[in-house]
Design a protein around this ligand. Sequence first.
Ligand SMILES: Nc1nc2c(ncn2[C@@H]2O[C@H](COP(=O)(O)OP(=O)(O)O)[C@@H](OP(=O)(O)OP(=O)(O)O)[C@H]2O)c(=O)[nH]1
Length: 682
Amino acid sequence: MSGEPFIVHPLAVAHICADLKMDDATICAALLHDVLEDSSVAREELVSLFGEEVVQLVEGITKLKLDFNPASREEVQIENYRRFFIAVARDIRVVILKLADRLHNMRTLKYQYRDKKEEIARETLEIYAPLAHRLGMAAIQVELENLSLFFLEPETYLNLQRKVERIKKEREQQIKVAEEILRERLRAAGISAEIQSRFKHIYSIYRKISRQNVRVEELHDLVAMRVITNAVSECYAVLGIVHELWSPVEGRFKDYIAVPKSNMYQSLHTTVIGPAGKPMEIQIRTWDMHRTAEYGIAAHWKYKEGKKLGEKDVFDERINWLRQILEWQQDLKSTREFMDDLKISLFDDEVYVFTPKGDLKKLPRGSTPIDFAYLIHTEVGNSCIGAKVNNKIVPLDYQLRSGDIVEILTSRSSSGPSPDWLSMCKTPGARNRIRAFLRKKNREINLKKGKKAFDKEMSKYTLSPAQESLVSANLKKFLEDNSLKTLEDLYIAIGEGRYSARRVINRIIPYSIRKHFLDRRKSSPGIFRRGEEAVIIQGASGLEVKLARCCAPLPGDPICGFVTRGKGITVHRGNCPNLRRNSFSKDRVLEAEWDRSVEALFPVGVVVEAVDRPKLLADVSGVVSNCQLEIKAVKAHSSGVEARIHFVVEVHDREELLRLLGALKEVKSVKVVRRGGVISAK
Ligand SMILES: Nc1nc2c(ncn2[C@@H]2O[C@H](COP(=O)(O)OP(=O)(O)O)[C@@H](OP(=O)(O)OP(=O)(O)O)[C@H]2O)c(=O)[nH]1
């Protein structure tokens, strides 16, 4: 636009970066900063010539687009700050490059068309100057502001400049008198310090008079005295001398050394009534502070001048700066103000927080330290036992705010996340990892539990090698049939209650083998469980359950529970006449079913009607014992012709009873065999 060769602009930007004492990579990137966007040179080529670091900087500046739209300033500005902040966090050099680029564009703005000029100047004032201020780069900020005002309101600018020139002369005279007095006193006190005059820049004057609605003449700080010392202690010594010489104006002393500004600015400010009887502003700072006041973050590179800026150092610089911004704030409030100022808290659905080392982390709004912990690392999440935010312990459901410095407290002996953490986190990442942990933990618990139940059940049987191989073949088949891959899966399934250990054992150890052990156990009461335990009553727990003696229900029979007057429950067969007789009180009848995993013996009555004959009773009891059963009670009656035998046996289930009934029907002269109630022993 200026008609100058294209190379002039990148050279000038590189020059600005060099003035700021930036490192080689930054200066190199300044020279190349438009290459990726404005030419056909490929990234790879650039990398092979200048290396990855330089190319990343070039890409950074190409990508860091700060929009300007006067119509929706608020949102656009928020978005700009967001991008800026992230860019700062990634690589501060990109932002410095961006500012250098803009500064040169402003210096050559006169070559632009009028409309374009205004737009660029406004954008500079709205976006770039405030950014420079945030980074403490006052030298650039001042130049950007003055140039913007000059292009936006040339007349105002020139008018102000003329007025200031006039007043300045007179003020400078007064300051000079004061300077001499102070210089003498400092010499006497043995303090070597430089005394300068600082002139308020035009835009700052413009801002102040338009905000306070005053005339230029009324500003007492158009010219201020600036004292630059070698050490911090000397700053306070100078302050002492100044206050001794001239009376300080109340409320105008500021100690930005003890409490630096968020952009790292440090100085002592005071206003005194000078020798001419007029207010006089004095700024006192060390040379280090002076560099920071002028160049801000860029000055921090200069500190490391002697040292080569390796990648590690660059990184350290970046995090140091962020840490300082946040930690230098003695009180949390000013950090908060800084962040609020950045409008970060307005970013609709995100919060930006820091690790104790200063790394920036982005999380959805409403996130808690748990989300943060899992964002750092799964292990950090799993071993988290608490959290500190800005050095204070907070509950785990604390909602993180932008600017928070979050530290996760971990312990190796932590028992891991608990299920209630699921309701305390916001990110799917944290939630999934907590679920995975709980699943694994439950898996281990269930595995142990299932194995214990299985082993306990198994220990009831002592198997011969031949039986053992049969059982392990059956076990393999059982696993296959139930799509269980390993024995462990079976244990877990048992632990979870999907199978009962006894049911599995019943399936894999044939009845013919088990029977042997069961028979033995019959003579040792107490191992077997009571039949009542095999009944599950829907919706009733804790009530005493009894098996009805009238119909003697067996596993395999449909059953119902009947609530008795004594509040217990009697379990009847579904078709028991006694139950039907009471069925008008429907609400006393409860659904019931068998828990087939409970193995028990159930007493049941059997009625045999036959034509009486000698040895009938002996034959009947022979059949019973052939079926491996035992008669517990018997009542026999004979009319001489007809005989009726009613006895009680204990069986495992309905099938076992049906087998017995079938066998009894085969007995000679038997006419009818049917189930009966339980009778007492004769
Ligand atoms: N570099 C730098 N200087 C600061 C900063 N804050 C204050 N100052 C210096 O102190 C002057 C007074 O600023 P105020 O904001 O009024 O300070 P106050 O706390 O003493 O009221 C500024 O004048 P000014 O009119 O705002 O600026 P200038 O024209 O002197 O540059 C500037 O010289 C800062 O963050 N960075």
